[in-house]
Design a protein around this ligand. Structure first.
Ligand SMILES: [Zn+2]
Length: 230
């Protein structure tokens, strides 16, 4: 056993780490999220169903090759706890961990990712400065690590700071995001298959607006993935 590991085990005797899903203690070998939570999180299995409900939700708006989401969003419990820590409690590593777990499950199922580049939905620069990281990009980092596909944070920019979308109805949300995003035309996306990712996909309006910007910038195909779908 090496010294670092010995030291870490020693420190964890006094500062036991806990699971961000259920607040139970983590045992050796577990990281951020306990195995019980990982097993009990409600997964979509969209990667096994090419015509899943998220793909149908995007129909007639943004043509997507694959529509993926790790989890079904529920207002209470584990998922909300995890996402709350990821977004508001300075725990970017939760996004990376969820990306790694999800990408591993996708590969284990025999799905061969056809994507060239992972592009996260961007935050407005002022929000990015305040939070210090983009939670969707952190999810992308985890996916990138397992898929061995690069994640590019500088392709999409958010020009307008949108209001919090939770109080608006569906139509207002559409108008709100349609012209918000801009994509750089770069060699990184021209004629490439992009995996566009977000934290929680609700109406799909944000994903649609980002996707339209990427299409205008010359990508050949778009697939989408979320940590969770509501
Ligand atoms: Zn747990």
């Amino acid at each position: 056993m090496n010294v670092n590991r010995l030291l870490r085990d020693f420190v964890s005797l006094f500062y036991p780490s806990y699971c961000y899903g259920c607040y139970g203690p983590l045992i050796k070998g577990e990281h951020l999220i306990c195995s019980r939570c990982i097993l009990s999180l409600p997964q979509t299995y969209f990667h096994l169903d090419p015509e899943n409900s998220l793909k149908r939700r995007m129909f007639g708006r943004l043509p997507v090759a694959h529509a993926l989401a790790f989890l079904r969003f529920t207002k209470s419990g584990r998922i909300q706890g995890l996402l709350h820590h990821l977004k508001y409690k300075n725990r970017p590593e939760i996004g990376v961990a969820l990306g790694k777990v999800y990408a591993s499950k996708i590969l284990e199922a025999g799905f061969v990712p056809p994507f060239h580049v992972i592009v996260p939905v961007p935050l407005h620069p002022s929000r990015l400065r305040r939070r210090g990281y983009n939670q969707s990009a952190k999810f992308g980092e985890g996916l990138s690590d397992i898929f061995q596909i690069p994640v590019c944070e500088d392709i999409l920019t958010r020009r307008i700071k949108t209001d919090t979308q939770t109080r608006k109805n569906k139509l207002e949300r559409w108008e709100n995001v349609a012209e918000v995003f801009e994509a750089n035309t770069t060699a990184e996306i021209r004629d490439k298959h992009i995996l566009l990712i977000d934290d929680v996909i609700t109406t799909g309006a944000t994903i649609d607006a980002c996707g339209q910007a990427l299409v205008r910038a010359g990508c050949s195909e778009i697939s989408i993935a979320g940590i969770a779908v509501a």
